[in-house]
Design a protein around this ligand. Structure first.
Ligand code: NAP
Length: 256
């Protein structure tokens, strides 16, 4: 019996044959610091790219699941109309500090004394639940044959094994949740297409609004265009052996 929700899952009308080029890249959070640099770098290569964010048309806002579903449907319609294949799905959304959906301020916690339900809920909404909805509404758009890549920008601080410093509870925990969601989706994706690659990627410290208040001297902070070039080099070099993994911007494995 089909799963009751499959009716809502957007599907391209036909699955185009594996073409020679990289296909269309869709960058979710393509309006953010790293996402916009990735969009620029892909456009500079002459590749087709679609940037989606809260201020684009269609709009993608994790506070509104319907917007994730309709953005997925819009991409499905474009693929069906143009005959393009979805070669790369890049999820560059994320939240570390700022205004939450309820209008309160959230900052990374230095101690358990700062734990706050609203900040925790918002971090999980943007860093884990939103990307999970993306898995539901966008992963089915990837082709069933041929190489394709779905990459979710995570963070080394989401690594449980690498956590020696403590602090930043909500960000760490929500990125750890993202990593588990991604690992699970990678297994399901491989059953649909053995050439599909699904990865968590740590971009390193990049000079964006997200990192600015916390970029201490000593950390290697890179400008977004440099980070984008490094991340694309990692994506270009991935093989199916890398699916379900967690890597950094140098291509090195990050412990879970
Ligand atoms: N910068 C770093 O040093 C660093 C280090 C480690 C990991 N990362 C990760 O890299 C990714 C990109 O970070 P960044 O530095 O480029 O951050 P950024 O400049 O703050 O961009 C964040 C992006 O997330 C989107 N976003 C936020 N809330 C959203 C919501 N409710 N619904 C949909 N989209 C939402 C923003 O959309 P709007 O444009 O509409 O605001 C923006 O496109 C994040 O996952 C981050 O955790 C960054």
């Amino acid at each position: 019996m089909p799963h009751p929700n499959t009716a809502c899952t957007p599907q391209p009308v036909t699955d185009p044959p594996p073409g020679p080029g990289p296909g269309l890249s869709v960058v979710l959070g393509g309006t953010g610091g790293i996402g916009a640099a990735l969009v620029d770098a892909l456009r500079a290569r002459g590749e087709p790219v679609l940037a989606l964010g809260r201020r684009t048309e269609p709009r993608l806002d994790y506070a509104d699941e319907a917007s994730v579903q309709s953005a997925g449907e819009a991409v499905a319609q474009r693929l069906a109309r143009s005959g393009e294949r979805l070669g790369r799905l890049i999820v560059a959304t994320g939240f570390l500090h700022g205004e939450t959906a309820s209008g309160q301020r959230a900052e990374p916690e230095r101690s358990w004394q700062h734990l706050n339900a609203d900040a925790l809920a918002h971090s999980f909404q943007v860093n884990a639940i939103g990307p999970a909805l993306v898995m539901r509404h966008f992963l089915p758009l990837l082709p069933r044959q041929g190489r394709c890549v779905a990459v979710f920008l995570s963070a080394r601080v989401g690594s449980i094994g690498d956590n020696a410093l403590g602090g930043w509870y909500a960000y760490r925990a929500s990125k750890a949740a993202l990593n588990q969601l991604l690992r699970t989706a990678a297994i399901e994706l491989a059953r649909r297409n053995r050439e599909a690659i699904c990865l968590a990627l740590h971009p390193g410290t990049v000079d964006t609004g997200l990192s600015k208040p916390f970029a201490k001297t000593g950390l290697q902070v890179r400008p977004p265009p440099q980070a984008a070039a490094e991340l694309l080099a990692v994506l270009d070099g991935l093989t199916t052996a890398d699916t379900g993994g967690f890597r950094d911007h140098r291509g090195q494995v990050v412990p879970w």
